[in-house]
Design a protein around this ligand. Structure first.
Ligand code: MSP
Length: 652
């Protein structure tokens, strides 16, 4: 630790699944973590802020397959590509110190060592897994844990799972974890403790399945080929491997472990407050000091999900409203520990009321008056009026302590509310002191100068305390106050600005937004872009009717369909064409369909093409399909017709 620092502070966000574009809900947690990290730096701590991406698992493997790329290419694109995770954090001014990807070599090797250590100490053993698996959540469940037969976390369908697997002796740690949750401040808000204890620990903690054999995109268990480490083990240990645990890439473990706080969303509290401490106990490692399970940003009271078509893109919002306004809104409008309802209207209203009206106006009015009445600098001769000034001065001088109390509890909304109480008070102070009246008399100029000084000093302290939330705005305000000091030790003192402060004017910090127009514009932007469909040019040459009628189109039913060995293009169909003898057709459509999806379908075949051999197999006809290009990507749909049409029916 550096000599001047107050201490070390290690804070983390969850590592994000790069399975889809991140939305405003993901940005919420990262912005909160960033605000906390910046606050601790402001206080003088030596901060390590870790974020990253959780890149393994079946879901990613499936998505990559769907996209026709390797899993590594798939995650690389979402993490590093244009508009990807790293770009988003850069845009949102996220001041992380380290970014971990669970596909990083050092992490993978470390996870293998960690897994082996728990195997060697007897806490991981081999058994057989039989139960339910929720693919989107990458979670195993027992029958009794399901809610109405569905995943208790996300409410989606689960699937049967049975395989040879390794288990972690979670049950062994049940009592110690319960004690940790009930008798310490490990998990906050405290309201989340009873949920964990009553729903998961008291009904009996079962050992946890920690390996899979049904897919390969994960950290291989190096002493048992075919098994990959359960993604949550791989993911949770990121908090330590990123500091150098079981690897030589970094060397910060001693300084920063145990973490001061893991910020996480409420749905992953179970992993962080039960499984994570139990694994650390197994390895005899210090536990993080705190896990904070924040609430969710909801849309219309429900989950933010792409499937609802209402995901709010942080890129669009930042572009329209500015990054600082968006950051501010997220932490000002919702209590961090509870859920909050996101809406564009609330966002615009918050910007208009707090930022345009209260803060923006205070800054521009004060700076403009200082210029108008005194030119470049305030005069040194200033007249106090204790009766008029005392309340504002006292509020400003005590603000930092109040703010600190709230920030230490992660009560960002309250910390901001305290700042905005002072800002409102300052705006009222302008009305009470009527600087425009004072300006009319030469005699009252010293009083006018003091009024303006008090206002500028108020702005300085408020902007300084806003730095963690709106770093760019705070910097701009410091410039407008002639390069004002905003370090922590200056923020609980009234009177730090030089009396003859020289202000710099500038455009409105937050122009007022026309609610109706903006909502209409956002709605327009939310409409899905029309896909650019390209169709083949029409043939110009005519075909005479008799020639056309020579084509023998028939309805055929798929009896069997399978991939052709060594070909990634061909599917082999066994078809009922109504003749009583099966017809075989080969079709180059494996890219578009899984064979099992097509069994039982009624398709259209042209049956009088001369038979032809493909990969050594005979194909007697051709299946009709529609081909077109959407957004540059070639698509194909087999022509499927009503199943009521019998096999062999002639189509004309
Ligand atoms: N990969 C795991 C975390 C592993 S940590 C060892 C994961 N990833 S995630 O991408 O699905 O979610 C990352 C974080 O975003 C979680 O904390 C989650 O709660 C948060 N949010 C996702 N949607 C959210 C909202 N709508 N609102 C607030 N936070 C939400 O879980």
């Amino acid at each position: 630790m550096c000599e001047k620092c107050k201490g070390n502070y290690y804070i983390t966000t969850p590592i994000y699944y790069p399975s889809a574009k991140l939305h405003i809900g993901h940005a919420y947690c990262t912005v909160a973590t960033d605000a906390m990290a910046r606050y601790k730096r402001l206080q003088g701590y030596n901060v390590k802020f870790l974020t990253g991406t959780d890149e393994h698992g079946q879901k990613i493997e499936d998505k990559a397959k769907e996209a026709g790329v390797t899993p590594q290419q798939y995650v690389d694109d979402i993490v590093l590509g244009e508009g990807g995770v790293l770009d988003l954090w850069k845009l949102m001014n996220i001041s992380y110190d380290r970014f971990i990807r669970t596909t990083d070599d050092y992490h993978v090797a470390a996870i293998q060592k960690i897994f082996k250590k728990m195997y060697d100490n007897g806490d991981i053993y081999k058994g057989a897994y039989k139960g339910k698996y929720c693919k989107p959540c990458e979670s195993f469940w027992t029958e009794s844990q399901l809610k109405d037969g569905k995943c208790p976390d996300c409410g989606r369908e689960v699937m049967d799972a049975e395989e040879e697997a390794y288990f972690f002796r979670l049950s062994k740690y049940a009592d110690r974890v319960q004690d940790l949750l009930e008798n310490t401040d490990f998990l906050e808000p405290r309201s989340r403790v009873s949920e964990m204890v009553n729903n998961f620990i008291k009904p009996g903690l079962e050992d946890l399945c920690v390996s899979r054999t049904s897919f390969t995109w994960g950290v291989p268990v190096d002493f048992d080929p075919g098994h990959v480490v359960y993604v949550w083990i791989d993911a949770l240990f990121n908090y330590m491997t990123a500091l150098g645990f079981e690897n030589d890439k970094y060397n910060d473990l001693e300084e920063f472990w145990p973490a001061d706080v893991h910020f996480i969303g409420k749905e992953i509290v179970r992993f962080h407050s039960i499984i994570w401490p139990a694994m650390l106990m197994s390895l005899d490692l210090p536990l993080p000091k705190k896990v904070y399970g924040h609430g969710w940003l909801l849309l219309d009271g429900g989950k933010m999900s792409k499937s609802k078509g209402n995901v709010v893109d942080p890129y669009i919002l930042s572009e329209r409203f500015g990054v600082d306004a968006l950051r501010f809104f997220l932490l000002r409008s919702f209590p961090f520990g509870s859920d909050g309802n996101f809406s564009n209207e609330l966002l615009i209203n918050t910007i208009n009321v707090d930022l345009a009206n209260d803060l923006g106006n205070l800054v521009s009015r004060t700076v403009a008056m200082a210029h108008k009445y005194f030119g470049e600098k305030l005069p040194a001769e200033q007249a106090e009026n204790p009766e008029m000034d005392a309340e504002l001065v006292a509020m400003v001088a005590s603000l930092r302590d109040k703010y600190e109390e709230q920030m230490e509890k992660f009560a960002f909304q309250n910390a901001l509310a305290d700042i905005f109480k002072v800002i409102s008070r300052a705006n009222k102070y302008i009305d009470e002191n009527t600087p425009w009246v004072l300006a009319k008399s030469e005699e009252l100029k010293p009083r006018l100068a003091k009024v303006l000084y008090n206002l500028l000093e108020t702005v300085r302290v408020c902007a300084g305390l806003l730095t963690p939330f709106m770093p760019a705005t705070a910097e701009e305000i410091a410039k407008r106050l002639g390069g004002a000091k905003m370090d922590w030790d200056s923020l609980n003192i009234f009177g730090v600005l030089p009396v003859d402060v020289a202000c710099v004017a500038g455009p409105a910090l937050f122009p007022r937004i026309d609610m109706e127009k903006e909502l209409a514009a956002l709605e327009e932007l939310n409409k899905p872009a029309k896909p650019a469909i390209e169709i083949e040019p029409y043939a110009e040459e005519h075909v005479d009717f008799d020639t056309f009628c020579k084509n023998d189109f028939r309805a055929v039913k798929v009896k069997e369909c399978k991939n052709v060995k060594k070909s990634d293009k061909l599917l082999q169909f066994t078809l009922d064409d109504g003749t009583g003898t099966d017809r075989q057709i080969l079709s180059g459509i494996a890219k578009y369909y899984k064979p099992e999806e097509l069994v039982g379908k009624t398709l259209v075949a042209i049956t009088n093409l001369p038979p032809r051999k493909m990969m050594g197999r005979e194909s007697c006809g051709m299946l009709l399909s529609a081909v077109h290009t959407v957004n540059g990507e070639e698509k194909l749909n087999l022509i499927m017709i009503d199943d009521a049409i019998p096999a062999g029916a002639k189509l004309c």
